[in-house]
Design a protein around this ligand. Structure first.
Ligand SMILES: [Zn+2]
Length: 145
C-alpha cells in the first residue's frame, strides 16, 4: 500500500527526473530511503552522459546499497523511482537486498508515452553445453555436489 509519506518521497524521485531532463539527461530519477523516510542516496539516469548502458538510477542505488549497507539495513530501505524498474535494475535490486520498491509510472504507462522506452526483448541464448568442463570452477569454489 502506498501511503502519503510514500507519495512525498515519490514526488522527490519525479523531481530528480525533471532535474535530469533540465541537465540534458534522460528523464528518470530515484532515491533510496530508510525506514523513517530519511533519504540515504539519490540518483538519475546518466546513460548518455557516461556512455554506460548500466547507468540507470535504480541500478546505481542498488549497487550503492550493496556496497554501503549491511543486509539487515538494506532490507529496511525503500527505493522510490519515477518509473518502474527495468529487468536489468530489477535483478540488481534483488541482489542488493533492498526491501521494497515504490514507482510512479508503470512500464506500460511509460511505453504509452514513449513506445521506445521499456522494451526488453529476450536475448537469444544457446545452452547448456560442456557441463563437465563448466562445473569444474563452480565446484572448485562451492565444493562438489
Ligand atoms: Zn533500469
Amino acid at each position: 500500500m502506498i501511503t502519503a509519506a510514500d507519495e512525498t518521497l515519490l514526488r522527490r524521485a519525479i523531481d530528480i527526473a525533471a532535474a535530469a531532463v533540465a541537465g540534458g539527461d534522460a528523464p528518470y530519477g530515484s532515491l533510496l530511503a530508510g525506514p523513517d523516510g530519511t533519504v540515504l542516496a539519490e540518483a538519475h539516469n546518466t546513460v548518455r552522459r557516461d556512455n554506460d548502458i548500466s547507468a540507470h538510477p535504480e541500478l546505481k542505488l542498488a549497487r550503492w546499497a550493496a556496497r554501503e549497507l549491511d543486509a539487515e539495513t538494506a532490507a529496511r530501505t525503500t527505493l522510490y523511482t519515477s518509473c518502474q524498474p527495468c529487468g536489468m535494475c530489477g535483478g540488481g535490486i534483488v541482489r542488493s537486498g533492498i526491501g521494497r520498491v515504490v514507482y510512479a509510472l508503470s512500464t506500460e504507462q511509460l511505453m504509452e508515452l514513449n513506445p521506445q522506452s521499456g522494451e526488453w526483448p529476450a536475448v537469444a541464448q544457446e545452452g547448456p553445453a560442456l557441463l563437465e568442463e563448466a562445473r569444474t570452477p563452480i565446484e572448485a569454489y562451492y565444493g562438489p555436489r
